[in-house]
Design a protein around this ligand. Structure first.
Ligand code: ATP
Length: 313
């Protein structure tokens, strides 16, 4: 299972999945190496959850194969459950159960120990809440508990579907802190997210999914480099004559230009805004310009360029 010195822990091979009206995942292949943290990014309906659930064994591909540390669901489901931890966007707990009891219940499936439960309580910062009823926890605390339950068996690979969706910024940071700790302990992380910030904070590799296919795959820096742009200039015009737009489109060293006539707003992806701006301002003319701003290019900008859609749309 080693490739170029790295061990492949998850291998998705030519996986295809169709629903009656949607071709959700299209002949997709993906390898994830031990210790990697990978974010699956994409807009609604891109196929992220379907792919993740096939990796989790909750759905089955129409064709293709999935290997988890060399194992397949058909033969080795029990072993896979031992080495794979799951945390869902929303976890329902039985009523009238306390935090410690919830962890104990799930720990029993894996022959876990009390020491492991205490370790998890520390990791998810719920030691002081161990006797509280789960129903009385805040959304963030409940999400941390779900994460703790998902990793009780010390899994090698942890899959998370939108781990911090719906949480306030503080609770989100807490989840990120836990995930960063797990990463430090050597776990492999695969998560789906709508939040670029989450991907940037936790993952060294980003896989962009769109309409069931991988559109881009690599470290964020590499993705930005491939598109030869590091900054974006956003502008709004008072005059949107075709002649003016054509003049702007011909600017040198612009890797992407888009102008929306109905909003009079435009964007340009450039390597260095300071180099482009003098020429841009000269061409546009002060009287034609309502506003402009330059800022670093983000993954969302890149995503709009590739797909015409926002990551969170
Ligand atoms: P989101 O970010 O909204 O969760 P996603 O990228 O996770 O989106 P999926 O949930 O995998 O996307 O859905 C991919 C496509 O497959 C969508 O068009 C969705 O409507 C469709 N789909 C998903 N599950 C089913 C199902 N059980 N039956 C029919 N269609 C489905």
């Amino acid at each position: 299972m080693a490739e170029s010195g790295r061990r492949v822990i998850l291998s998705v091979e030519n996986v295809d999945k169709k629903f009656p009206r949607v071709h959700a995942v299209k002949n997709l292949s993906l390898k994830i190496y031990e210790g990697e943290s990978v974010a699956l990014l994409g807009p609604n309906g891109a196929g992220k959850t379907t792919l993740l659930e096939m990796i989790e064994g909750l759905q089955f591909p129409d064709s293709g194969e999935i290997f988890i540390d060399g194992l397949t669901y058909g033969k080795d489901e029990k072993k896979i459950r031992q080495l794979m931890g799951l945390a869902f966007q929303e976890t329902r707990f039985p009523e009238k159960i306390r935090v410690f009891e919830a962890l104990e219940l799930f720990s029993a499936f894996y022959g876990g120990t009390r020491a492991r439960i205490m370790e998890i309580l520390e990791l998810i910062s719920l030691t002081e809440k161990k006797d509280a009823f789960v129903n009385n926890l805040s959304g963030g605390q409940r999400q941390r508990l779900a994460l703790g339950i998902g990793i009780i068996q010390k899994p090698k690979i942890i899959l998370l579907d939108e781990p911090s969706t719906g949480l306030d910024p503080h609770a989100r940071r807490e989840i990120w802190r836990i995930m960063a700790d797990l990463k430090k302990q050597g776990s492999t992380l695969l998560l789906t997210t709508h939040y670029m910030e989450e991907a940037e904070e936790l993952c060294e590799r980003i896989v962009v999914l769109f309409k069931g296919k991988i559109l881009a795959d690599g470290p964020l820096e590499q993705l930005l480099d491939q598109h030869a742009s590091h900054e974006i200039i956003e502008f709004k015009l008072k005059n949107k004559s075709a002649a003016l737009i054509a003049k702007l489109e011909k600017l040198n060293k612009v890797s992407y230009f888009h102008f929306n006539k109905s909003t009079s707003a435009g964007v340009m992806h450039v390597d260095d805004a300071a180099v482009i701006l003098p020429d841009f301002l000269k061409r546009v003319g002060r009287q034609n310009l309502e506003s402009f701003a330059a800022r670093p290019l983000t993954l969302d900008d890149l995503f709009i360029k590739m797909t015409g859609r926002h990551l969170d749309g």
